[in-house]
Every structure is written in C-alpha cells, then in structure tokens.
Design a protein around this ligand. Structure first.
Ligand code: NAD
Length: 531
C-alpha cells in the first residue's frame, strides 16, 4: 500500500472526456461467454481464502471469523474474513483521523486520479469481479455485470462531479469584495452498505466519501465481505494512501453500532433496511461526550415498489416489465416490483400471460447463467417462505409458492405470484425482499395510484398507460423518488436516474446524481474585502 507521501498515480486525460455509462457485456457473443466461464473457473480455484482487516495499512487477524458462503451451494465457502469487534473501533478511528489530516489537504486532482485509476483496474478485472458476485451473492451474469458496470460509473462520475464542485462559486460578487464558496470534507465517515448491490453501493458510498477528502471506516455486510475486500485491493493498487479506507468486516449490531456511536464519527453513509436505518438515525442523534458536531446521516432504506397498469396499456411490455422487475436477482432489489396494481378490466388476461411468462424462468446455480439464483441466506429464505404462507391466506396463489428444491441444495425459492391481494394487507404493505409478487386489482388508473401511494415507503414505481394525461397525473401524484413510465421500475442507470427514495425509503440522497457529493461535504463561504 502507498504511504501518505506517495506521488499521485500518473495523470490521465480521462477527466477531460465526457462521462459515459459503462456498456453492458453481451453474453450472447461466444467470446464474452467464454471469458465469463474462464473467470468463473479461475475464481472457483480461489474460493475459501482468508482475508484480513486492513486498518491504517496494517493487516490484522482476529480469533472470530466471518464465513461468507455461496447461497447456491451453502457448503462452499467463498471467503473467510476477520471479524472486527469493539476493540477495533478505536484503532480504525485513529487510523482514519490520522489519514484525514493529509488526505483532506491533498490537491483534489490527486484524489480524482485515484478514482480514474480505480475505474481502469475495475475494467481490467471486470469478469473476475463478476465471478465473485456470482459465487458470493448468487447474481446471474447480467446482474453481476450491471453491478460492476455501476461501480465503474460511480468512479467516473464522482471524479468528474468533484471537479465540478470545485468550480462552484458564490452566486454574487459584492462590490469591493472577493466572495468565494468552497466545498470542504466532513471528516471520518462510517460506510455501512447492504449485500444486495455488494460492489456498486458499497463502492459508491466509499468513492463519494474519499473523492471529497473524507476518510472511511468501511463495514461491509457479513453476507458479502469478499467483493468489498477485492474493491479495497483495487483502491490500494490504484495508489490509495494507508488509512483512507479502513476495511472492517464485522457484526452490524456490535462493530457497526459502535462506529455509528463514536464521538469522532462525522457522518454515516448507510444503505439497508428501514429498521436498521432508523436505529442508526437514533444512535447518531445522541450526543456523546467528546462529540462537537451533529452527525450527518445519509440513509437509504427499503421499498414496497409498485407498477400501476392502466386498462389501455400494452400487455406484452407490461408482462415483461413486471416479470423482470419482480424476479430479477430473486426480487432482492430495493427497487424490485413487489406489487402489480392492475386495472380490473384487464387483470384476468394479465394474470394468464404473467403465469406463462414466470413459469419459463429458469432457477439454479447462477454460475450456469440461470435466470434466477438463490436468495442470500437461510434466514432470508425462511422469512420469504413465511410471507408466502401469509400470502396464500391473504390471496390466491397463481404460480410458485415453495422452495425450489429441484434447483439444488441452495436457498432457492420459486418465483411466486399471488393474486387478489387487498390493499392494506401484510403482503401489500411489508417489504419481503424476495421473489414474491402481490397482484392487486384497481377500479381505474387513479385508484391504482392511490393504492400505490398508500404505504410508508416511496422508493421506485412505474406506470404503464397510453394516455398522456395519465402520465402527467402520475408524474405529479405518484410519490416515489424514482418514477418510470412505460418501463420497469428496476435498473436505474447512473447519471440518468439519480437514485433515492421518499418517506421511509430514506433520505433521498440521489446516488449517481448532481446533488450526491454535496452530502459528503460542507460548504465554506469566504468574503474578502479587497484592500
Ligand atoms: P440490513 O439493514 O440488514 O443491513 C445493512 C447493513 O447494516 C449491513 O452492513 C449490516 O451489517 C449493518 N447493520 C446491521 N445492524 C446494524 C447496527 N445496529 N448498526 C450499524 N450497522 C448495522 O440490510 P440488508 O439485508 O443488508 O439489505 C437489504 C435492505 O437494504 C432492504 O431493505 C433493501 O430495500 C435495502 N436497500 C435499499 C437501497 C436504497 O437505495 N434505498 C438499496 C439497496 C438495498
């Protein structure tokens, strides 16, 4: 790892080019498919290795371990990780504070170069990183590709955004004064990501932090520490100084809680469930001895996302959009469609077509590129199966409804559709985070929007309608952070769809958008009298 005094990596001209999204891999091409299979073989040979905590550049082993397993083959260990405990909170904080002294003062250009260099390395290792995602969280090839492409996009976009922010100035120059506005870093951040976009979200919150000059204690999810370890390796290779990102897998309830509560933690960037997000908000709000600031919280949480379908909608695209948004990555996206709200005049036809489409979804080990892999772990599987039983009582099972035992020993669940679900029922209100779709009938489009809005969440939503007037109504009335018209409600693209939700879905931070980096900085205004 480089020291704090290390020279910046060689300057590229990358930032002078306009931002473009990383293209997706076309796996129908035989060379791409071959490359992916080769990467899966290579990575298979590296499963089960042990990874260290990295605090201030020191590699540390602990007695307690976290074993990350392949959800599709739970007997296969993907990586063995050290488990940071309360005793690691202080060393991690001290390392981050020490690094902050120089990192925050480093010319912006050097921090920006780190992100561009990381993007290059991510591209070079793209197939390998995708393979890690296949094994660690059971993503199929396209889902793994999207996760890594989004990570590259975050490097490229946040680097450019940091340069843009540096050039923002005071809106008015008073006569006889030189008026300036600077965005300066906050301090040490606790970055606490979920497992479901284990590379993109983990990296996005980390990259936004460090490009702005902050330093980080990164506590990845215990279900996906290996991909986070690989990302930290890439930052090190790209020239990141010691202590800028301190890699600390550990339990949320003990290590996570303790870093949130630490008086020197300046901000918390969290993405995860509503319960944990609210808990963090509460802990962060308590002033503890030695704390001299109000901790900032950037909290992105759950969803109960709906697709509202008008009677005149094109059913072919509706069925495709609903099936993909409900069952892509086993329904484990915060943006997943968990409610299809269908005009009663077309609901029977819709269900007939959807059943046919869903029954063609292949389930199994995603290393073989099935449509659906396994859900993340056993307790998640149990919770989803429990919701399915509730759904069978609250509605009418159309397809699925059980564990997919034929798919293998892993945590496989059949894609499940339950119709005749009533507004306000459990299945309609609670985030399940699995392959379970509730279908609800509406009297008309406006009634559909009313049902869609009637949860405590407000993350993503979509409408399908041929009517311009109804599109305008949806734009005004559908209260979600990310609204899509005549397309599915998943698959936000960096830059095009800044991401973040309303109400209990979070603080609407809009990752991948023009406001995001402001959250990781504080603005300093300087008015200098010209003498
Ligand atoms: P989770 O809330 O269980 O865990 C998220 C992170 O918080 C993990 O790293 C975990 O270890 C940590 N944690 C747990 N308890 C903690 C505590 N007391 N203090 C500090 N940290 C603690 O969520 P998950 O199961 O990893 O992810 C799924 C959830 O994330 C879903 O609700 C999903 O909707 C949400 N999500 C939201 C978005 C978004 O942008 N809004 C994106 C992805 C996922």
């Amino acid at each position: 790892m480089a020291t704090l005094e290390a020279p910046a990596p060689p300057r590229t001209r990358a930032h002078e080019a306009q931002f473009r999204n990383e293209p997706s891999v076309d796996f129908s091409r035989s060379d791409s498919a071959r490359e992916m299979r080769a990467a899966l073989d290579r990575v298979r040979g590296q499963l089960g290795r042990e990874y260290d905590l990295v605090i201030g550049g020191h590699r540390i082993r602990t007695a307690d371990k976290i074993r990350s397993v392949n959800p599709a083959r739970p007997s296969q260990i993907v990586g063995i990780h050290q488990k940071a405990g309360k005793e690691h909170v202080e060393p991690a904080m001290q390392a981050a504070l020490t690094a902050f002294e120089s990192w925050s003062r480093m010319p912006l250009e050097k921090r920006v170069e780190l992100l561009f260099r990381a993007a290059e390395l991510l591209r070079e290792r793209k197939f390998e990183l995708m393979a890690w995602l296949v094994y660690e969280v059971s993503k199929n090839w396209a889902e793994a590709d999207a996760d890594i492409a989004e990570t590259i996009d975050f490097c490229e976009l946040y680097a450019r955004e940091a340069l843009r922010l540096e050039n923002v100035d005071a809106l008015v120059q008073l006569p006889g004064e030189h008026d300036q506005l600077f965005y300066i870093p906050l301090g040490v951040g606790a970055v606490i990501p979920p497992w479901n976009f284990p590379c993109a979200i983990m990296a996005g919150m980390t990259l936004a932090s460090i490009v702005c000059g902050n330093t980080v204690i990164l506590k990845p999810s215990s279900d996906s520490p290996t991909i986070a370890g690989k990302f930290v390796e890439i930052l090190e290779e790209a020239g990141m100084p010691e202590g800028v990102v301190n890699f600390c897998p550990g339990s949320g309830a003990s290590f996570g809680d303790a870093i949130v509560a630490h008086p020197k933690t300046r901000y918390i960037a969290f993405t995860g469930s509503r319960e944990v997000g609210l808990h963090i908000n509460k802990v962060a709000a308590d002033r503890v001895p030695g704390q001299i600031w109000i901790k900032r919280t950037i909290l992105e949480m759950g969803g109960k996302d709906a697709i509202v379908v008008d009677a005149d909608a094109d059913l072919d695209s509706v069925v495709e959009g609903v099936a993909t948004a409900a069952f892509g990555f086993q329904g484990q996206k915060c943006s997943a469609c968990s409610r299809a709200i269908i005009d009663e005049r077309i609901s029977d036809k819709f269900l007939e077509r959807l059943k046919d489409r869903v029954e063609r979804i292949s389930i199994g080990d995603p290393a073989t590129n099935t449509n659906m892999g396994a859900v993340i772990n056993e307790s998640s599987m149990k919770s989803i199966l429990n919701y399915i039983e509730i759904g069978k009582r609250e509605g009418r099972l159309i397809t699925g409804g059980e564990r997919a035992t034929k798919a293998g020993e892993g945590f496989f669940i059949q894609p499940t559709v339950i119709a005749d679900i009533q507004p306000k029922s459990k299945l309609e209100q609670e985030e399940i985070f699995g392959p379970v779709l509730a279908v609800i009938k509406s009297r008309n489009f406006e009634h559909g929007l009313e049902i869609a809005n009637d949860t405590e969440f407000g993350l993503t939503g979509a409408v399908y309608t041929g009517s311009r007037e109804k599109i305008e109504i949806a734009k005004r009335e559908f209260h979600v952070g990310n609204l899509y018209i005549n397309r599915k409600c998943t698959g936000a693209i960096v830059g095009a769809h800044p991401f973040g939700g309303f109400n209990m879905s979070g603080t609407d931070s809009k990752a991948g958008g023009p406001d995001y980096l402001n959250l990781f900085t504080q603005a300093k205004s300087v008015g200098e009298k010209i003498i």
